[in-house]
Structures are given as C-alpha cells and as structure tokens.
Design a protein around this ligand. Sequence first.
Ligand code: AMP
Length: 219
Amino acid sequence: MIISIFGPPGSGKGTQSYLLTNRENFIQLSTGDMLRSEVSNNTDLGMKVKKYLDSGKLVPDELIIDVVKARLDTLVASYSSLRLIFDGFPRTEKQCLMLADILTDMGLSMDRAFLLNIDLEDLVRRLVARRVCSSCGKVYNLVLSPPLKDNLCDNCGAVLIHRSDDQENIIRERIKTYSEFIDSIKSFFSNRTTIFDIDANQSIENVYRDIVSKLFIKK
Ligand code: AMP
C-alpha cells in the first residue's frame, strides 16, 4: 500500500507518519529527512542543497528525483508487501510528473492521499515551538506536546533539536512556496487516487484516528 500525506509545513505530516510507522508498520519516505541527512553527513548532494534548506526554498527537482528513485528501488527490493508513506513529496508539478513515471515503471500505484488542512495562522506558532528528536525523529511541540524531560526524547532519550528552518521568516517562505504548488499537487493526486481531507486542527490522536479510519476502508 502506498499513501501520501501532504499539507503545509507544520500541519503534522511528520507526526502522523511517525505514528503510522510505529503502529501500522508503514515506512516513511520523507524527502525533507533525506535531504537533512545528506546535509549533516556533508555529502556532495548535502553541500548542494544546504542553501535551499536554510532559506526555506525548494531544492531543484533534478536533485530530488534520483534520491527518491534510489530509495524506492531499495524499499521495493526489500519488502514483499510494502506499506509506504510519501511525506513531503511530490512538491512541484515536475515532481508529480516524475513520480507518475516512476510508479508506472515500477508497476506501483498510489492507494490514498491525505490532505492535512489547517488554519494557516496557526502554523508559525506551531513550528516555532516544534522540536524533533535527533535520533528517532519523534516530533514534539513545547506548548502542545512537550517532552517529559527537558529537551530529551521520551522515546529514546536522545537530544531534541530545533530545526534551523523553523524560524519565523523561513517558515513564512515555506508556507508561500506550499501555496504556490498546492493546486497542481491536488490535481495530480485526484487524477490517481482518492484524496481524503483531514481536519489537522484537531488533537494529534484525533487526526490519527481520522486517517486510520480511512486507511483500510474499501474505496
Ligand atoms: P520538510 O522537512 O518536508 O519541511 O522539508 C524541509 C526542506 O527540505 C524544504 O523547505 C525544502 O528546502 C527541502 N525539501 C523537502 N522535500 C522537498 C521536495 N520534495 N522538493 C524540493 N525541496 C524539498
């Protein structure tokens, strides 16, 4: 089963993907996480993409697609029945077209897409208070869902980080970019699968319940 969770930065894509990974055996393919790992490992790709991540602008399509394809190849070869979440991909019209080709070539299809809808004014407030575990990726919010111990992950004890692009001016740039492309992404998904609109203003558990309730029903 292949699904996509999409929505603006801060809408909870990472949080919901984390829950689906832990509770329903999904694997998350997050282009943001993949790119951040390239940057922190100082790879050639990491050095090329750092400036885009730092400024909240999208990394050029041609730098993304090979990374996604390589990861998909590995996953498809490793799992006989893959449960995969695309998180943060595709993000542009060109990436949509590239993904369509890749899925066709690999004989795969998109089973469902979930659009996390949220009041845009809330995003900056949410993201400024967001902290992410440096090891397992669990997402916290210092106001809404703080860790039990200051700055340490409840799950694995690793240090929490404040992403460098979770600063107000960069967040606004990321939201602007999202708004530019959302219509093409929606039309890409609606031509291929069912899009479920999810109210992401609710609590984390209620958003999760809504997603799961639509995950396994027959379309
Ligand atoms: P995210 O973790 O999804 O919020 O992404 C963080 C940053 O990584 C974005 O602001 C972009 O600079 C870059 N990025 C992540 N995914 C993509 C993508 N599919 N296409 C282009 N840039 C991306």
